[in-house]
Design a protein around this ligand. Structure first.
Ligand code: ADP
Ligand code: TRP
Length: 322
């Protein structure tokens, strides 16, 4: 059984782009694999959240995952910072990571361009990610295309380590979720918390509906034909409608005579129906935070046992300790 590992940052409320672009795949992969999923709170520190925000958002991400079907018995699910071994591994790996490798990483430049402060953590973030992956001997790392470069960096670092110190680290394989659609946001750009154009998975249904009704569309008149492939509302429809219904709407777009308002109403209905079965569980967890903390504590104990063994081997091989 392959070990599948992925992390998600608690840098805000999770939105439907996160769900259809990442979480849905994580949840689907747990059945046939050994799932190792964590809340990347060390990574989220790179954007300097307040202590209160970081702690609350980590719990919110945990509640979202559990409500959406994370198998808390089978899958190992924990908060990254509950296994501080990864930070020790980060340092050890940092010392064999050439500056040039990190300087070539585009996510640092992108984030600084978006206005994040260029702190050292943000620059060194791919090494922390490599430590996450390597501490647990992960085989597959499912991530969106935006993270592909970080998996390559991880492979590179692991190979350097093994060449220098012996075959201790498992080289992970790319598992890029390439066929995953980019979910558009309310303004037509990629849905992202940095653009403030998101629909949160568990925001009230009335607000989901309102947001969908105000998605920006072009000004093609109702009676004119429209191109479904260039419409954000249609992109959302494709995520939640049955294939027959998608075909039907595609025909209506091309034929003309349907206004965007009509499609939006249907998308809003379907989107709310899609997440409705999980809302009760999400609300119940909100009232039982101790149960959520308990899941995370059990996950951390299981994860930590694996990381400890890796660290013991790494320390021995590199000359740390006796
Ligand atoms: P954000 O852009 O809101 O900051 P993150 O970068 O934290 O989101 O993304 C976490 C995961 O969700 C990543 O694997 C990313 O590929 C996926 N994801 C985020 N936004 C989208 C989107 N609009 N469409 C598809 N996948 C997305
Ligand atoms: N950097 C990832 C993101 O922003 C989150 C992450 C942290 C991660 N550590 C990881 C993903 C390890 C996969 C494996 O989305």
């Amino acid at each position: 059984m392959a070990r599948v590992l992925s992390g998600i940052q608690p840098s805000g409320r999770l939105h439907i782009g996160n769900y259809f672009g990442a979480m849905r795949q994580h949840l689907a992969l747990q059945a046939q694999n050994e799932g190792f999923y964590f809340i990347a709170d060390y990574h989220a520190m790179t954007s300097n959240p307040s202590a209160e925000d970081l702690r609350r958002r980590s719990l919110e991400v945990a509640m979202d995952y559990i409500a959406l079907g994370l198998d808390t018995e089978k899958t190992v699910f924990w908060r990254q910072s509950d296994v501080p071994e990864v930070t020790e591994l980060t340092w050890i790996l940092s010392c064999i990571t050439p500056m040039g490798l990190l300087q070539r990483c585009t996510s640092y430049k992108d984030k600084v361009a978006q206005g994040l402060s260029p702190n050292h953590g943000l620059f060194a973030y791919p090494v922390l990610q490599a430590a996450d992956i390597l501490a647990y001997h992960s085989n597959l790392v499912p991530v969106g295309a935006d993270q592909k470069q970080h998996i390559e960096v991880t492979r590179d670092i692991a190979q350097r380590f093994n060449n220098e110190y012996g075959p201790i680290l498992t080289i992970p394989e790319d598992y890029i979720l390439e066929d995953v659609a980019v979910v558009p946001g309310l303004d037509g750009r990629k849905m992202s918390k940095s653009y403030d154009n998101t629909i949160e998975i568990f925001e009230p249904e009335s607000s989901v509906k309102k947001k969908i009704m105000r998605i920006q569309t072009d000004s093609t008149p109702v009676e004119d034909p429209k191109d479904p492939q260039r419409c954000g509302v249609f992109a959302l429809l494709k995520l939640v409608a049955e294939p027959d219904e998608i075909k039907e709407w595609e025909g209506k777009y091309r034929a003309g005579g349907v206004g965007y308002g009509t499609v939006k109403k249907r998308v809003a209905e379907l989107m709310c129906a899609y997440f409705r079965p999980y809302r009760d569980k999400r609300a119940a967890l909100e009232k039982d935070l101790d149960a959520v903390r308990d899941v995370l504590a059990r996950g951390a104990a299981r994860a930590r046992a694996v990381a400890r063994q890796t660290l013991d081997a790494v320390r021995r091989a590199t000359g740390l300790g006796d």
